[in-house]
Design a protein around this ligand. Sequence first.
Ligand code: ADE
Ligand code: ZN
Length: 346
Amino acid sequence: MTEASNSQAPADPEFYRSLPKAELHLHIEGSLTAERMLALAERNGVTLPYAAVEDVEAAYQFDDLQSFLDLYYQGMSVLQTESDFYCLTMDYLEVCRREGIVHCEIGFDPQGHTERGIPFATVVSGITRAQDDAHAQWGQSSALIMNILRHLPVTDAFDAVEQARPYAARISAIGLDSSEVGFPPEPFAPVFSAARELGWHCVAHAGEEGPPAYVWGAIVDLAVDRIDHGIRSDEDDALMDLLIKRQMPLTVCPLSNVRLRAVPTMAKHNLMKMLQAGANVCVNSDDPTYFGGFLCDNFAAVARDLPMTINDAAQLARNSIRSSFLTDSQQQPILSNIDRWLEAQR
Ligand code: ADE
Ligand code: ZN
């Protein structure tokens, strides 16, 4: 290892653009820019409590997950046509191109749209058309994760899986999101079994605001391949031992955790402690336009307040690739490019 790779990584988002990495925890509705939201509101005749971009940004002050979700569901009301979902997704895929996100696994919340009368087909068609165009235009690799809203009944989750059946080949995984505390994962076990029968991977938000018991529930009852967030896992030694032994991926979202007050400050975030302990953590942006930064901003924010060497940054990028749904043969050249990036940092 070179001396330079042991030095503190820079708190500059630009530095991380050339680092090949994957983003595995991104809600496409949470990547809606203020500009796009206002333009779509006007085009679709939706009334929002904001007149200008500055009003939107000023409103994004959150006390907790629920205070964010209230604005997140309001924001997605501007998404109505296939073209709206296409533009939303293309905006994010352009960010991937700019930020060196060589592969992304995009979450979407179909129930947040079908509940408002938007057909499932409209949502999936717009998103997948953007994925196809980005792949054709610059080789962007991406996958799709259908998230289930856990605050809604289990029967609604089954309906969502049924509606997804015709598009099953375009969806790689089922996920579980929305309000966490009071909505444990276990009741969704039969839904996750049905998804597994469709050949999908399984992921779930757990341990963001909820207790370690929810992480256990996601692992034992939902048999997930990955945990989204998982930051409260370190309150339970036996759980941490299991996560490390199984190398269970934790898709951590540093800026999100600070903005939603899941952690008091970035300096108190446990990301680097978990990495040093041997946990399979990676960095993600969650809802970047709501939380003040895309993926490179998250790396830079970590570097600003936590001990993160350049070598650690490369390890976080390796973890993101290894934890993705890409096959080993797809992962190998990217991992080699991460090694090359690290060598170039001398
Ligand atoms: N939906 C969008 N972002 C979320 C988050 N951080 N936690 C739970 N549900 C979400
Ligand atoms: Zn999330």
